[in-house]
Ligand binder design. Structure first.
Ligand code: PHB
Length: 392
């Protein structure tokens, strides 16, 4: 067994683990990042694409803002299509704020590069990670790599290893409470190297189901369709996807749609999930390890970023001035913001999808909710201030 020591062991090299690692590294705090997968696997995952200003600021603070600032697309609003009419929600006018379209894959790439430039340790394909002694001042993380066993002794463990990771599973069941909602549909997404059909994102509520026209850049589009949970990617050849998307779009949008061969296609189920507390002993949960939001509203990555902001500041205060206050406050601070984003993502999901429901009551309520939204500046402001991101 090879033994090493660090101050903060970070499990997971997705955007939250990498961002935390970078902020701590710049503050002179020692970290090791462990990642179960290979670098290429992590970079191959197609995820979110919309950054709140808080996430943008944090990436800049981490010294990873240059390419994002150059290539990211500033969006001042979104459109919501209902009953064949598009309605614009003007974030800039309503809140003074905007969002930035810049793919999670690119964020991850920039952060990986920064870590490599810094020469800070990151171990890919670290297998069988296990965390122990988290209720002591000397937590340990064990893993194996190339058939060699390793043990890291540390002060704190940051669990940034996602919903299926080992971190949350390390917390004893009787010390944890979980909350969950599973939605009766999924999102079928495709990525295509074609000009997006519009300059802004279009969220579509259609009798055949939800659709979303999104993008990753001026030349790369991302489209989604609400699909059934029993459907598989192989049920959806490109032609069928384009046909179905065409049925859900208004004629103006359809005219602008540029079809092409998909370069990625996947189905994701929709789920809301929160695990409390986000701290157990000296283990801290960050991002998807503690909470999942349905993608409607693009809050997943942004919520991971606000967790990282709270935790990095707390750790910097702990090592800088030996103050424990930030670490003690982390679970409440993070969760207060998590639940607001959970509410917003649930609400966006609720108003935009078609739910199987026999009586038709929910459908009428949904229509009333949307008509109210389109006619009320107050309602639009509430959507806008959540979409651009609540403060942290
Ligand atoms: C995406 O581009 O992947 C995306 C954008 C906005 C959302 C969800 C997903 O609300």
């Amino acid at each position: 067994m090879k033994k090493t020591r660090t101050q903060v062991a970070i499990i997971g090299a997705g955007p939250s683990g990498l961002l935390l690692g970078q902020l701590l590294h710049r503050a002179g705090i020692d970290t090791i990042i462990l990642e179960q997968r290979s670098k290429d696997y992590v970079l191959g995952r197609i995820r979110a694409g919309v950054l709140e200003q808080g996430a943008v600021a944090l990436l800049e603070e981490a010294g990873c803002g240059a390419r994002m600032r150059q290539e990211g697309l500033v969006h001042e609003g979104i459109e919501i299509a209902f009953r064949g009419v598009r309605h614009r929600i003007d974030f800039k006018a309503l809140t003074g704020k905007t969002v930035l379209v810049y793919g999670q894959t690119e964020v991850t790439r920039d952060l990986m590069e920064a870590r490599e430039t810094a020469g800070a340790p990151i171990v890919y394909e670290a297998l069988n990670a296990s965390i122990s002694d988290i209720e002591t001042n000397r937590p340990r993380v064990r893993y194996s790599k190339d058939d060699v066993e390793y043990e890291i002794e540390c002060d704190y463990v940051a669990g940034c290893d996602g919903f299926h990771g080992v971190s949350r599973q390390t917390i004893p069941e009787d010390a944890m409470r979980t909350y969950e909602r599973v939605y009766p549909f999924g999102w079928l997404g495709i990525l295509v190297d074609k000009t997006p059909l519009s300059d802004e994102l279009i969220y579509v509520n259609h009798p055949r189901g939800f659709a979303l026209c999104s993008m990753r850049s001026a030349t790369r589009s991302r489209y989604y369709l609400q699909c059934r949970l029993d459907e598989e990617v192989s049920d959806w050849p490109d032609e069928k996807f384009w046909d179905e998307l065409g049925r859900r779009l208004d004629s103006e949008a359809l005219k602008q749609l540029q079809k092409g061969p998909s370069i990625e296609k996947s189905i994701a189920p929709l789920r809301s999930f929160v695990a409390e507390p986000m701290r157990f002993g000296n283990l801290f949960l960050v991002g998807d390890a503690a909470h999942i939001v349905p993608p409607t509203g693009a809050k997943g990555l942004n919520l991971a970023a606000s967790d990282v902001a709270y935790l990095s500041r707390a750790l910097i205060a702990r090592y800088g001035s030996n103050s424990m206050a930030g670490l003690d406050a982390y679970p409440q601070r993070a969760l207060a913001r998590v639940w607001k984003a959970e509410r917003f993502s649930w609400w966006m999901t609720q108003i935009l999808h078609r739910f199987p429901e026999p009586s038709g009551f929910d459908e009428q309520i949904q229509a009333a909710e949307l008509e109210y939204l389109f006619s009320s500046k107050a309602a639009q402001t509430a959507l806008a201030e959540n979409y651009v991101g609540l403060p942290y």
